[in-house]
Design a protein around this ligand. Structure first.
Ligand SMILES: Nc1ncnc2c1ncn2[C@@H]1O[C@H](COP(=O)(O)OP(=O)(O)O)[C@@H](O)[C@H]1O
Ligand SMILES: [Mg+2]
Length: 275
């Protein structure tokens, strides 16, 4: 495995909110690393750092062995790190091929778009990743959510991404559509890309992941190679048996606090406190 990106001991605060603490992660060529965690775990913060949207304020971030501190997503993209966000920035009424080349149009000469070549490239690229779009002239808005995610991924691959960062690409999708995207992730890996796949669904992560990083409240609670963890263990970690216990405990405390306050209030008012 050759290292594409490597984070070591990375931390990030927003004011006095600790969003990430001491998180480490490595992605090599032809490797899928899944980042799992509940809401607020720090997943988005982690990918924003990788994507160049935020700067880490502790630890190191290296791309192909070189420390980096990106100041924009453009910087990250120039180093081959492409991020596909869940709420894709597409223009729904524009043809698929137009969206594919948006901002990087092919030209025959000054002011003349090479439409034929863009159409062909879009069709070929999608086909290479296993999606057969008969008509790349159809508005991208007519594609399903899964297909749209795939177009965004294919686009990143076409424009030379070495690392794909996918922010919950399967979250809003049904089982079948999620399957389309998962197959696509496997295809990207087969083409030698490194993939960081963010999800909170262990059933999506396990079949495609080579490694799993589980975040909880900004910290890594587990980082395992696939050989070291079973699907059930991953699911249990995510479902968080301990988390549920803590919740039960917390709710119990809240309930008894509330009970205590009501009793005190009742005494102040000279009422029987009903106990
Ligand atoms: N821009 C921000 N300003 C302040 N706090 C933030 C900001 N973004 C995220 N946070 C906080 O950082 C923590 C991690 O958030 P986030 O990375 O979005 O988690 P996830 O993507 O796993 O749901 C949360 O407590 C969240 O409220
Ligand atoms: Mg998030």
């Amino acid at each position: 495995m050759s290292g594409l990106i490597r984070l070591a001991g990375v931390g990030k605060d927003y004011g006095n909110v600790i969003a990430l603490r001491d998180v480490s992660l490595e992605v090599g060529e032809g490797e899928v690393v899944c980042v799992l965690g509940d809401n607020g775990a720090g997943k988005s913060t982690l990918i924003k750092i990788i994507a160049g949207l935020h700067r880490h304020d502790a630890g190191t971030y290296e791309v192909q062995g070189e420390p980096v501190a990106f100041s924009s997503p453009r910087d990250a993209l120039d180093r081959g790190i492409a991020t596909v966000y869940q709420d894709l920035a597409v223009v729904p009424l524009m043809p698929v091929w137009r969206n594919f080349f948006l901002g990087s149009e092919k030209r025959k000469g000054p002011g003349r778009l090479d439409i034929g070549s863009m159409r062909r490239a879009t069709r070929d690229e999608l086909l290479a990743m296993g999606i057969d779009l008969r008509d790349v002239d159809q508005p991208i808005g007519t594609l399903s959510g899964g297909e749209r995610q795939c177009v965004a991924i294919a686009r990143a691959v076409y424009f030379g991404a070495k690392v794909l960062v996918l922010d919950e690409p399967t979250a809003a999708l049904g089982v079948k559509q999620a399957g389309v995207v998962l197959r696509y992730i496997v295809q990207a890996r087969a083409r030698g890309l490194g993939v960081v796949f963010i999800t909170h669904n262990p059933h999506h992560a396990y079949p495609v992941g080579d490694r799993f990083l589980i975040l909880k409240r900004g910290r890594a609670v587990a980082y395992h190679a696939k050989d070291d963890i079973t699907r059930d263990e991953l699911t249990a970690l995510m479902a968080g048996g301990t988390e549920l216990e803590e919740l039960a405990h917390e709710l119990g405390t809240v309930a008894s606090d509330a009970g205590g306050e009501m009793a005190a209030e009742a005494r102040r008012l000279g009422l029987p406190d009903g106990e």
